[in-house]
Design a protein around this ligand. Structure first.
Ligand code: SAH
Ligand code: SF4
Ligand code: F3S
Length: 472
């Protein structure tokens, strides 16, 4: 109860500041005749994208207009630090922003997101990128208007970083990227501490949103025309366990199923260790949960899984896949795999290939292990040589491509329900739509279909997507 009050007071305070800034911006606009623009660059995962929508919502409310170009009045980098190359991208782009700001000194630059939860990254900005105006982290996005106001009223670099939080501030504005589909946070943070992973350190402890807030949000989305929701959390299978009135993820799904207007329900990510029989039963009986499960395995070696702190074995993973396939025979399974984790031997890697072959994933995200300072794996002695890891990575990729191609062939020459998402970026005569199993199909059609669920005949499988035509 107490927290609910704190959250509501915080939301009210932020809305007041948003309104103050709005008045200020309107006055400026009447003098200059110009509307200020913003540009957000999102570097990370779906959580990161969802956070960017919240940032966009606040800025729009204040009176900013979105622009595709980094030559904007306010540029925000929403960073990721899950692997080293995510960080490198940010440093590269930041150098470029510095040059833009030399040309336009009034430009504002904010950096936020997971990388800012790491003190060394913040130190580097303070010493080498002094032109940055605002730094904030993953726990205080809701404060953006306040931080912007502080910056506008002073000449200092504004830095506001929280180590962790138990606040969940609801009901602030947010701007959806698509009108017909939406990401919905159901929980924040992570408590699993897989030994390679930085996320628990930069996203804080696991906390679940109240089911009522989630249901209310999705009901409002449905009224607003949203057909598909993606429920977001680092480990959705442990949703609700820490709430005052505990509820399981499967129970939450059943509540969401009842919401009129919602046609498709997706979720990610599902940690194998917490995937319950109850969830499998709900997936089996549901009419709305998509025919797809993303089930990160990371490695096929029980020995490595233990060192990774994943809390399941190779056999456990395979049994789980069996149970799911029995309940939902045509389900698409996708996964995440890390290659080159410290101490990975050829035998360990062969175990991974073995699982890939046995499961026959529809697709997989494969990652070269990246050392993250502060995680237990970073100080493990037997780091794998890059060339060895690379060679394994390429072998794995080949295996996955074969699996994907086989799996997509299954649905060739069938008619499938497709949510039409956009005009194809390569060929404006084609539309791009998403199947329930998350694969894409490109087909000729009129843009008026965008945002609708329609029948498409899958003419040809291209390995990991389809070419199709409208089924009249
Ligand atoms: N919570 C999700 C994963 C989020 S991070 C889960 O547990 O499934 C997304 C993926 O990034 C992970 O599944 C993992 O495969 C990869 N990843 C995380 N840390 C990594 C690291 N240090 N090096 C390489 N890949 C990593
Ligand atoms: Fe990282 Fe593991 Fe948490 Fe996923 S479950 S975010 S891999 S620590
Ligand atoms: Fe996501 Fe990257 Fe953060 S993967 S949770 S944005 S570290």
């Amino acid at each position: 109860m107490e927290h609910t009050n704190v959250n509501a007071i915080e939301a009210a305070k932020q809305l007041d500041i948003i309104n103050e800034l709005k008045v200020r911006f309107e006055q400026e606009k009447s003098k200059t005749g110009k509307t200020k623009t913003y540009h957000i660059e999102t570097f990370g995962c779906q959580m990161n994208s969802r956070d960017s929508e919240k940032i966009a919502g606040i800025l729009k409310q204040i009176g900013y207009e979105e622009t595709d170009s980094e030559e904007a009045d306010f540029v925000i980098f929403n960073t990721c630090t899950v692997r080293e190359n995510a960080n490198n991208k940010v440093w590269g782009r930041l150098g470029y922003l510095g040059n833009l700001k030399k040309k336009n000194p009034d430009m504002l630059i904010a950096i936020c997101g997971c990388m800012m939860q790491e003190p060394t990254a913040v130190e580097k900005i303070k010493s080498s990128y002094r032109f940055v105006d605002i730094i904030f982290g993953t726990h205080n996005i809701f404060k953006l208007a306040e931080l912007l106001q502080l910056r506008l009223n002073s000449d200092r670099m504004i830095i506001d970083l929280w180590k962790d939080t138990d606040l969940i501030v609801e009901n602030l504005p947010n701007e959806r990227k698509y009108s017909f589909k939406a990401g919905v946070n159901i929980m924040f943070g992570c408590n699993n501490f897989c030994s390679y992973c930085i996320v628990p350190y930069v996203r804080g402890r696991e906390r679940s949103r109240n089911p009522k807030d989630i249901i209310d949000e999705i009901t409002a989305l449905a009224k607003d025309g949203v057909l598909e929701v993606m429920l977001l959390g680092q480990n959705v299978n442990s949703y609700g366990k820490t709430l005052e009135e505990p509820i399981t993820f499967a129970q939450l799904l059943q509540e969401i199923e009842k919401i009129d207007g919602i046609e498709r329900i997706r979720f990610m990510t599902s940690h194998p260790k917490d995937l319950s029989q109850e969830l499998i039963d709900v997936m089996k009986s549901s009419k709305k949960i998509c025919n797809h499960l993303h089930l990160p395995m990371q490695s096929g070696s029980t020995r490595l899984l233990k060192i990774m702190n994943r809390k399941y074995t190779k056999e456990g993973y395979l049994e789980l896949v069996d149970k799911i396939r029995k309940a939902v025979p045509n389900i698409s399974l996708t996964t995440d795999i890390i290659v080159g984790f410290p101490g990975e031997t050829e035998e360990d890697f062969e175990e991974t290939l073995d699982v890939v072959r046995k499961v026959g994933f529809d697709s997989a995200f494969t990652f070269l292990y990246s050392k993250r300072t502060g995680t237990p794996a970073a100080t493990m002695e037997n780091q794998v040589e890059e060339a060895v890891a690379m060679e394994r990575f390429n072998r794995l990729l080949k295996e996955i491509q074969t699996c994907s191609a086989n799996r997509t062939l299954r649905d060739e020459h069938t008619v499938q329900k497709v949510l039409v998402e956009e005009i194809n970026s390569q060929d404006p005569n084609l539309l791009t739509g998403r199947l329930g199993n998350n694969l894409l199909v490109h087909f000729p059609g009129d843009p008026s279909y965008i945002g609708k669920i329609i029948d498409v005949y899958l003419e040809e499988s291209k390995g990991f997507y389809y070419i199709g035509r409208l089924q009249e």
